[in-house]
Design a protein around this ligand. Structure first.
Ligand code: COA
Length: 180
């Protein structure tokens, strides 16, 4: 199982099936906050749905297809970060993340993302990491911008969010531009 402490209160760790109730409760409490930018809220209506998600992340880890980690603060789950997808043929990882509204504004996701970037280049030996953010999702865009990703352009109408398309801003970092 994967585990890494970012500091004495913040831990990134593998999700376990026993986390399903806690993860679902957090999702449910943050539904309007998350639904603004993430497409899966209407498909996540019971703890069983969170359990299915967790099972998929465990299979992903077992298949060495990257990680999805719970972000824990003082032992409580406050969000997740991981790979939406890894293209092993081309050594490209696509990172996704979310944080409870109550824990925004403290640099937690930037620190978690920095760790995942370092892990991606040093352990997974990826060559390129991509973060795609909806154009108007300024808080999300600020994360790759803080971490030195390059803004490569806009994918028009790249994502269907319930009742409308959003454009994606594509941020990427190459291994040769990575600095610890
Ligand atoms: C995207 C999301 C994770 C960003 O959360 P966030 O709290 O803004 O990001 P961070 O945890 O990195 O915190 C950055 C904030 O903390 C502040 N901060 C404080 N200390 C900091 C530090 N040491 N390092 C960096 N930022 C710090 C920053 O100034 C920034 O605040 P600001 O927005 O008022 O300028 C969150 O808004 C979210 O989950 N949104 C819904 C889901 C979503 O959009 N997911 C992404 C889809 S692409």
């Amino acid at each position: 199982m994967f585990s890494h402490w970012l500091n004495d209160r913040l831990q990134l760790r593998s999700l376990q099936l026993t986390d399903a109730n806690e993860l679902f409760a957090l999702t449910d409490q943050n539904r309007p906050h998350l639904r603004q930018w993430l497409p899966w809220l209407d498909r996540t209506t019971t703890a069983a749905d969170s359990r299915t998600f967790i099972r998929n992340t465990l299979e992903q880890f077992a298949d060495t297809d990257g990680i999805v980690a719970a972000i824990c603060y003082d032992g409580n789950i406050i969000g997740t970060i991981g790979y939406n997808h890894i293209d092993w043929t081309n050594h490209v990882g696509y990172i996704g993340y979310w944080l409870a509204a109550s824990h925004q504004g403290q640099g937690i996701m930037t620190a978690a993302c920095q760790y995942l970037v370092n892990y991606s280049f040093s352990t997974l030996i990826l060559n390129r990491i991509v973060i795609a953010c909806a154009t108007h999702n300024q808080k999300s865009r600020a994360i790759p911008e803080r971490l030195g990703f390059s803004h490569e352009g806009t994918s028009r109408e790249a994502e269907w969010l319930y009742d409308h398309f959003v454009d994606h801003e594509i941020y990427a970092l190459l291994r040769r531009h990575w600095e610890i």
